[in-house]
Design a protein around this ligand. Structure first.
Ligand code: ADP
Length: 735
């Protein structure tokens, strides 16, 4: 029997296939279009399709054969196939899964993944090549050009190779002896050479490397925690795994994820030294040209090694063999704007999808990862000693109740003594305070008013270097006024509490001969300035570095032997779920900067709560005790990793509308065993940029489908357009 005749499309041939397209717009579902005759499409291809009266970009995610009795008259055809590189299947599946996991409409999520394609392709360079036409006259210079132009070259290259002026080349082109042609595009990136500069691993590192090789040999999803003290050589070891993967499969791609750009630079140079080539780097500060070049190179498999920040996870890899998540515990892996995702968790999922290896490296793993390793879900590879003769620093606590500094000062006598001794030995000091600017609060001593960010629940931070008051939340800034804006009193504004600039002032007055500088995101706004500052510290041009977390991680400063933590209690305030864990990790990292090479290091922590579990664990260098304590308290509360969380953040300009809708939404909370919902509550930041904010927190047992619960709940009630809703799966910020 012959197949049933296919219905005709209006003016456009027959429907052979239905094309499922995710249009790059906030749609919850893929839409159906018809594949016109003569257009061959497959999943991963880019198309233009009609949407209402508009013409929009979309990505084909699948094809279907229509049922014979289906009414196809309303299905519109795809308008055009675009020639952007096809998204490999594994990447497409991952993107769609990630959209579902984060409860983001797929069109919005894919729009983010495809952003690089909005950058116009650079026009191809033009080259000159012989046409076979003979010149009207021949000179020595002309002959040289004709001997050289056997392959196409740019004007400049050809003139230089032939040793003539560009005028000779142009004249030959005018005569038709040479023709202009498009040159092939730049090779994506040179291929990394796994055998360029192999490391000489020490015995511990070799053992760790062998364990990693055993995991890799499984040729299946292999999650590994690479758990090593600061300076043990984790980077050195994972670079060898990168080499193993590149060597074992000529098509395999490797991604090294890093939490921050400053760190990207340091690891980038190590990768380049190890593999002998320029390595593709992906983060917010790369040029548009590189963005497009890397995206395309990754899609067609030519770019095999990428180092980057969290968004590098969404490049269109063809065949990922290994993902390294360095400093896997770092909070900046959590994306807090737009689609909210945690790059470490998604990296593990991506590796699972591809049957790849994923190495999570840290000296202070997240409780999530550590628990997975303890339960045997991840392989656990440990490095317990620093490389060479380097020792972990001695850590001691200074009880600030016993050694209070004078008013307006923040360095206690014992810390000042340590700094002096270090300077006398001509060694370097790092003073750590995770607070940018001069003072976190400015208030009027006449009327008591605090200087607040406009329409926002946040203090303005004084930045004395720039003479401004800045809101770190919204970016608002103003010049520091001479009179109080509330009561008009003159010279009445006082600065309360210290930031790094204020510690610099104290250092200058106490150690006038020492060369001191601040290392924060304000003094190193981009990769180049951060690299320059790091170089100056390495070269010994700075004696005392006063740093925020921008400098706490990853760096190796051989002559740095004292780390002073100015306010060890700072991160414990505010007390969200991970406050203790985060404080422990940050301080362990910061103290870990001391004594990285030959000279022994010391770290001192100024604290008002020396009895706190975090301080005790740091002083005793007893990480396991801290994790055991922290793990127990989370397990009792069934909080992550022993349960799952989602936050709903509602916001609106109209406070009464927000309150009303929040109360209504609460009435629709589904009654599900194993799921608790807290709220609505005023968010700790109850007002931001004139928007009032309320929060719900959902806690679910691990075996519950949290996303399904939230979707089901939200579908039960229509939200007014004037109320904005953000869903944050696995929230890290509770503000
Ligand atoms: P981690 O990543 O664990 O903090 P790194 O890999 O940065 O440790 O190593 C710390 C320092 O020791 C670096 O300067 C590194 O170059 C050096 N190092 C580590 N292992 C070796 C090795 N096997 N040979 C030479 N230098 C090493």
């Amino acid at each position: 029997m012959s197949p049933p005749a296919l219905p005709l499309l209006p003016g456009n041939g027959r429907i052979a296939k239905i094309v499922k397209v995710v249009v790059l717009a906030p749609m919850a579902e893929a839409l159906d279009y018809a594949m016109p005759d003569g257009m061959l499409l497959r999943a991963g291809e880019h198309v233009m399709v009609p949407l209402g009266h508009a013409k929009v970009r979309g990505l084909v995610i699948g094809l279907e054969t229509p049922d014979p009795d289906e009414d196809l008259s309303r299905i519109k055809p795809v308008m055009k196939k675009l020639d952007d590189p096809v998204v490999p299947e594994a990447s497409l599946n991952f993107w769609l899964w990630a959209a579902g996991w984060t409860l983001t409409p797929p069109g919005i999520f894919l729009n983010g993944c495809l952003r690089a394609l909005k950058i116009p392709r650079p026009a191809p360079k033009q080259g000159y090549i012989l046409t076979g036409t003979a010149p009207t006259r021949l000179t020595k210079a002309r002959q040289a050009v004709m001997d050289t132009a056997l392959v196409a070259m740019t004007l400049g290259d050809l003139a230089m190779a032939a040793g003539v002026s560009t005028g000779v080349v142009s004249a030959l082109e005018k005569e038709g002896v040479l023709a202009k042609v498009d040159l092939p595009r730049d090779e994506a990136y040179p291929q990394p050479d796994p055998d360029f500069a192999p490391a000489r691993l020490n015995a511990n590192q070799s053992a760790a490397h062998q364990l990693l090789q055993m995991e890799q040999a499984k040729s299946a999803f292999a999650p590994v925690l690479l758990d090593g003290v600061t300076g043990s050589g984790k980077t050195e070891v994972y670079l060898e795994s990168v080499a193993d993967i590149l060597r074992s499969d000529p098509e395999a791609q490797v991604l090294v994820l890093l939490p921050e750009i400053a760190l990207t630079q340091a690891v980038l140079s190590r990768l380049e030294a190890r593999f002998g080539v320029e390595v593709a780097q992906w983060h917010a500060n790369i040029t548009n040209g590189n963005r497009r070049r890397i995206w395309e190179g990754v899609a067609d498999g030519k770019v095999r090694l990428v180092v980057g920040a969290r968004s590098a996870l969404f490049l269109p890899y063809r065949r990922l063999g290994l993902i390294v998540v360095d400093e896997e515990h770092d909070g900046s892996y959590k994306q807090e704007e737009g689609a909210r995702y945690h790059a470490r968790d998604l990296a593990v999922f991506r590796a699972r999808l591809d049957g790849a290896m994923v190495i999570l490296a840290s000296a202070t793993p997240s409780l999530e990862t550590l628990t997975n390793a303890e339960k045997g879900r991840y392989a656990w590879v440990r490095l317990d000693q620093r490389h060479g003769t380097a020792q972990l620093p001695d850590i001691s606590l200074i009880d600030m109740k016993q050694h209070p500094p004078e008013r307006g000062q923040w360095l206690s006598d014992p810390l000042v003594g340590e700094i002096l001794a270090t300077l006398m030995r001509k060694e370097q000091v790092l003073l750590f305070l995770n607070r940018r600017g001069y003072a976190p609060l400015v208030l009027c001593k006449a009327c008591g008013e605090k200087m607040m960010s406009p329409n926002t629940d946040s203090w303005l931070v004084e930045h004395r270097a720039s003479g401004r008051l800045v809101c770190h939340l919204t970016g608002f800034s103003m010049r520091k006024p001479a009179t109080c804006p509330h009561c008009g009193a003159k010279d009445s504004l006082i600065s309360v509490g210290p930031g790094v600039e204020r510690i610099l002032e104290e250092v200058h007055s106490r150690f006038p001969d020492a060369r001191a500088e601040v290392f924060s995101s304000d003094t190193t706004p981009d990769a180049a300035s951060s690299a320059a500052l790091i170089k100056r510290i390495e070269d010994g041009e700075i004696d005392i570095v006063i740093a925020t977390q921008a400098a706490a991680k990853g760096h190796n400063f051989p002559n740095l032997t004292l780390v002073g933590i100015v306010d060890a209690d700072l991160g414990l305030k505010g007390g969200d779920l991970r406050a203790a864990e985060r404080t422990f990790q940050l301080l362990a990292q910061a103290t870990g900067r001391a004594g990285r090479k030959l000279k022994p290091g010391r770290a001192v922590l100024q604290t008002y709560t020396p009895e706190h579990a975090v301080m005790q664990a740091l002083a005793a260098q007893d990480r396991d005790a801290f994790y055991a304590y922290e793990s127990m308290s989370r397990e009792i509360a069934k909080f992550p990793p022993f349960g799952r969380l989602a936050a709903l953040i509602l916001s609106a300009k109209d406070q009464s509308l927000l309150n009303k809708f929040s109360r209504e939404l609460a009435l629709f909370i589904p009654n599900t065993e194993g799921v608790d919902v807290y709220g609505p509550a005023d968010a700790p930041l109850a007002l931001v940029r004139g928007q009032w904010r309320k929060r719900f927190l959902v806690r679910a047992d691990r075996n519950r489908d949290l996303q399904a619960f939230v979707t089901h709940w939200l579908a039960a009630i229509k939200r007014p357009n004037a109320v904005r809703l953000v869903v944050d799966i696995d929230p890290y910020s509770f503000l």
